[in-house]
Unconditional design. Sequence first.
Length: 250
Amino acid sequence: MSVPRINRFLLSGALLALAALASGCSSIDRLSQIGEKPKLTEIENPTTQPGYKPVQMPMPKPEQASYNANSLWRNGSRAFFRDQRAARVGDIMTVTVNITDKANIANETQRSRTNKEDSGITNFIGAQTITQANKILPGRILTADSTASSDGKGSVNRQEALQTNVAAVVTQVLPNGNLVVEGKQEIRVNFEIRELIVAGIVRPEDIQSDNTIDSSKIAQARIAYGGRGQITDIQQPRYGQQVMDVLLPF
């Protein structure tokens, strides 16, 4: 076996070893779940998860609540009796996810340009009177031709629709009163789990009287809809193929 072939063999082995290490835990988990339904994840506190960071946004100066003399009414209140809508950490609200995006864009740009410069001098410094001048000096001193053209086309055709509801928990109250919410929902159908994750910043004024809010009114919204299970596993390429897709230049 030649040295280059040995090097290629060692490189392939190293890549396979890296792929095995990267997917080792995942592969072991998948092997242990063969023939079983995928397990639902445990209910966890999102603020204690690795990578969780409190949201920081530009805030106005805090305003002190004021009360009128001999009155139960507080300036800034929206109702006389206690508001049942989510307002504190741990409260729950319903997020109505209603996404119906449709985009159809097409454009075309064409450009063309043709330039020609032609300059000639018939008798340059007495070229007619000098015998060898005609052989040395060109008949035309400056001649330039250029042609340029470009044609660009682009199109976008996208259509997405998602309509569902998910309950979200208030995880943080910002200094200006806005609420940071996060909700996760898992549904298992046979051997496939569908999960929906919603997170973002909610303004209390946008919460409806029935304690619901539309997803279009959530600032910094993060909505993820996907799944895991046998169908999702079949749709994904193998780990080795994914590694080769990343490394191979062709």
